[in-house]
Design a protein around this ligand. Structure first.
Ligand code: PEP
Ligand code: MN
Length: 258
């Protein structure tokens, strides 16, 4: 492991968005649909997040799907819905950027820009995102080593960005019954190495909704900074990742149990 990286020596960032500090000391649970399908969907989920004391709403807009035949997201319309709901409910918003040509759009529409696992090694994108003043949620590539993950964060950091959140979302192994293998030990190791906030994505790590709540509890117990999970209002109608989504009641039970 390299030990002279800036992301290993840096201070913990103080991330303040719309006068709200996040990842300060609380365990942050980021929730929302895999893909934004309608205003009503996002509002209903957002309202529940708000009522239960959450601060951050996620929602997919331009989806990077493995298959070109899968639903690709509502694009700009999704970003408009997310921004609108974020404003109405005073929630911080997160959405994944597809490539660097969308930077201006994302700067205008979302509070935290997510770099998904497929883009973790898109170094030009990382450099460009590092030079704008927006917090970046960086997901680990599904075949990236911890060192490669930290080097990706270093690309962002070296352009000036300090507000970087690292997300472990599972890596690809020989295991077939789960979508990925959650590298909880790797994430714990990262926690020893860097002061950047580290969150866990049990939804994409497992692909199985019935494992999500327990993994959120484990993440809290292990003193990670938070989790990002997929929650939607109508699972039957979900057009992406429905097997891993919690419905609003399950989400409520989870939050109350934390
Ligand atoms: C997502 O969060 O919607 C997503 C696609 O995640 P990942 O990049 O981890 O697959
Ligand atoms: Mn998803």
């Amino acid at each position: 492991m390299l030990n002279d990286l800036n992301v290993l020596k840096c201070q913990r960032p103080k991330i303040v968005i719309n006068d709200k500090e996040i990842f300060e000391k609380d365990f942050e649970l980021i929730a929302g649909p895999c893909v934004i399908q309608s205003y009503e969907q996002v509002y209903e989920v957002g309202l529940k997040i708000k009522k239960l004391g959450g601060k951050i709403l996620r929602g997919g807009s331009f989806k990077l799907r493995t298959s070109p035949y899968s639903f690709q997201g509502l694009g700009l319309e999704a970003l408009k819905i997310l921004k609108q709901v974020g404003k109405e409910l005073d929630l911080i918003t997160v959405s994944e950027i597809p490539n660097s040509s969308y930077i201006n759009l994302f700067v205008e529409y979302v509070d935290i820009i997510q770099v998904g696992m497929r883009n973790m090694s898109n170094f030009e994108l990382l450099k460009q995102l590092g030079s704008i003043s927006k917090p970046i949620l960086l997901k680990r590539g599904n075949s990236a080593t911890l060192e490669e993950f930290l080097l990706a964060a270093e690309y962002i950091y070296n352009e000036g960005c300090r507000d970087i959140i690292l997300c472990e979302r599972g890596i690809r192994t020989f295991e077939k019954d789960m979508r990925n293998t959650l590298d909880i030990a790797g994430a714990l190791y990262l926690k020893r190495l860097t002061k950047l906030p580290i969150i866990i994505d049990p939804s994409h790590a497992t692909g199985l909704s019935f494992l999500v709540s327990d993994l959120v509890k484990i993440s809290k117990f292990a003193k990670f900074d938070g989790c990002i999970i997929e929650v939607t209002n109508n699972i039957c109608e979900a057009m992406c990742d429905k097997e891993q989504a919690l419905d609003i009641c399950e989400y409520e039970m989870l939050v109350k149990s934390l």
